[in-house]
Design a protein around this ligand. Structure first.
Ligand code: UT7
Length: 322
């Protein structure tokens, strides 16, 4: 039996950022309101970067960190809801840039659950014996689909990319659980997409993201503890055995509420939302990379990844650090 072990991580965010005071100059809001309701202080916004350029930088950093050559990759999987182009896909653009000539490349669209869904897909390919080395990337320029006139949503989102390289090793597969509920899709939606910079005004309302914030909040705090319980039921582990819960960074209050509902100390839920806001499928790998580079991940530590968002979709995966 084969399973994928993370052997390298990487991330990249644009240099340019907007803090809460900058946002208060765009819509009627305040630094105090945003900090209290979300925990966000600033978010990085792409000026010259794109989903593709950030995916390349995060992917290269992960390969370097894992000492993996691009030619070794059997697969590149990019999770994104904001690709530069419809075709070719982002993963093929990454392949071209890094010279991963042997890799099969495709994108996956599952919004803020996207990294967990892509990670699980990579694990499935490895377990089936199809791939040995896979690069999984989450990259988003959400600033290009945000409604910059809607204070209920534009305060939340940021741009960035994160990546992890998986290498096959002998061992039993780690468990994962994923769910979707398309019937509730309307609470977080964006109908169509035009390529634009965040400062360009777009008349077509269909190209803006609509969000019922409260509905998404309630969904997240209910479903994440549920899916983690479901995940741990597949093992002999309890929440106390888990060292880190690396959750999608959507709102500090969502994460705090999840920790309370799981009766688990908040210190096991690392957060970097203050710096980056919600970067959708990039948030989990950016956080994982931060923990890795700070030396906070030790061999044998058990980590639960959990994502939740548009679709609706949610999922969790267990892994052991190398
Ligand atoms: O990856 C998944 C993506 N989405 C999410 O995770 C979103 C989850 N939801 C949330 O994070 C929260 O619902 C928000 C941060 C979006 C909103 O916070 P809330 O505590 O649910 O606020 P609310 O929508 O209930 O609004 C409360 C009040 C309203 O005013 P009234 O009607 O009470 O007078 C809003 O108009 O706050 C007002 N409000 C604001 N005020 C200042 C809404 N947005 C703002 C704002 N600044 N930016």
């Amino acid at each position: 039996m084969m399973r994928g072990k993370i052997c390298g991580t990487g991330s990249y965010v644009p240099e340019h950022y907007l803090d809460n005071h900058d946002i208060a100059g765009i819509v009627e809001t305040s630094d105090e309101w945003i900090r209290e309701r979300t925990g966000i202080v600033r978010r990085h916004i792409a000026d010259n970067d794109t989903t593709v350029s950030m995916a390349i930088k995060a992917g290269q950093a992960a390969l370097e960190n894992g000492q993996v050559e691009a030619q070794e990759l059997d697969m590149i999987l990019v999770s994104t809801i904001t690709p530069n182009t419809i075709i070719p896909c982002t993963a093929c653009e990454v392949q071209k840039a890094i010279g991963a000539v042997r890799a099969t490349c495709f994108d996956l669209s599952a919004a803020c659950s996207g990294f967990v869904f892509a990670y699980n897909t990579a694990q499935a390919y490895i377990a089936a014996g199809i791939c040995k080395t896979v690069l999984v990337i989450g990259s988003e320029t959400l600033s290009t689909i945000v409604d910059w006139q809607d204070r209920g949503s534009c305060i939340l989102f940021g741009d960035g990319a994160g990546a992890a390289v998986l290498r096959a090793e002998e061992g039993e597969c780690y468990p994962w659980v994923t769910h979707s509920d398309g019937a509730k899709g309307e609470v977080l939606s964006c109908e169509s997409r035009n390529q634009r910079n965040w400062q360009e005004k777009e008349q077509d309302r269909k190209t803006y993201t609509y969000m019922d914030g409260q509905a998404v909040f309630k969904f997240a705090v209910k479903r994440v503890p549920e899916v983690v319980r479901e995940l741990l039921k597949k093992t002999e582990l309890s929440v106390d055995d888990i060292d880190w819960f690396v959750l999608h960074q959507a709102n500090q209050r969502i994460i705090e509420s999840i920790a309370r509902r799981m009766k688990t100390d908040i210190s096991k839920f690392p957060m970097n939302i203050a710096e980056y806001g919600n970067t959708s499928s990039a948030s989990i790998p950016i956080l994982l990379d931060e923990l890795n580079r700070k030396g906070l991940l030790g061999p044998g530590q058990k980590i639960v990844l959990a994502g939740y968002g548009a679709g609706l979709s949610w999922g969790a995966a267990l892994l052991e650090w190398a």
